[in-house]
Each structure stands twice: as structure tokens, then as C-alpha cells.
Design a protein around this ligand. Sequence first.
Ligand SMILES: [Zn+2]
Length: 190
Amino acid sequence: MIKINRSSKPEINTQFNCLSGNNREIIKKELIKDTNDCCSFCGESDISTGSGEIEHFMPKAHFPSKKCDWENLFWSCRNCNNTKGNKFFGKGEDDTVGSLANKPLKFDEPDYKFHDWFDIDNFSGDIVELHKDIDENKYQREMITIKLFGLNKGTRPSIRLKEMQKYRKNTKLIELAKYRKLIRHYFEDI
Ligand SMILES: [Zn+2]
């Protein structure tokens, strides 16, 4: 959910599959750098030592031409990657990319800012949509993004909430926390 400033496309060896061997490592390294090693979707910190994976925003199963498209590759935790799977708003190459109302937010869009779209509920820790009852199209995009990656599923909100509380008491306590970069961003980057 943190804004991603994507660097220019890394140089890979086009004779080989973009996602195998050395090419994969080159792409991974660049994605980790651009996201500060956070999951692009839920914001979990330091995922390269655990469940970090390359996720295709437009699923490669339905959009094979996007498989190696740099703008389509995101650094993701396994949880977000698995939750999303092959789901998307369009069904395939021939399909239109869906109406804007159903388009999930892409966090590397130039004008994307977390605080323009979302808030974190102070009581539940849920990520909440800012445009409910205000702008139906924007609300749809916020809602589908949260759903697509399961951002409020399971223990995620309660972990987030705990870390917000810790942050408010003492910013140093958050050093090892799971979502520390997201929470720091949430409080400091308005
Ligand atoms: Zn994630």
C-alpha cells in the first residue's frame, strides 16, 4: 500500500526466460530495492528473508504478454500473492481491462498516495476505504484492492493495530515489528 517509486527496467538477458535463473535474481533485486523490501500490497516488512515472491499484477495465466512486463511485476509476500492468485478484473488478453470502477489500485501509479485512498481504523486495525458514500468509482477501486489481497483477513488487522499502538507509545519499539515500515509511513508521510 506504500507508494512505489519504480526504477527503470533492469537489464536482463532476453535470450532466456525473464523469470528464470539470473534474470529472476536481477528482477528480484530491483523490486526489493524499490519497495524497501516490503510487500507491495499489505506492507509487511523484510520479506526477502522469508516469503518474498514476484507477483504479476495482471495474472500471467490470463495475460501472457504481461509476464515479463516490468510494470506488471510486484514484490509480494506469499500471503498476498496466494490470496490474489489469478483473480483480476479482466478475464484475458482480449478482454477490455474492465471498467475503471473495478480496477484495483496499482501502487506504482505516479499520483498514488496511501492517504488519498485509505485510512487505518484506530479500533480494529482494518484498512478502510476513504470514499465510501463520497465517490462510488473510487470506493469500488479501494474495496476491490482490499479484497483482492485479503488486507483485512485473519490476524492482519490486529497485528497492525498492535503496531500502531506501540508506535504511538515509543517509535523505537517498532524496530522489529512485522509492519513497521507501513506504520511508520502511515504516521509520518502525510
Ligand atoms: Zn503482503
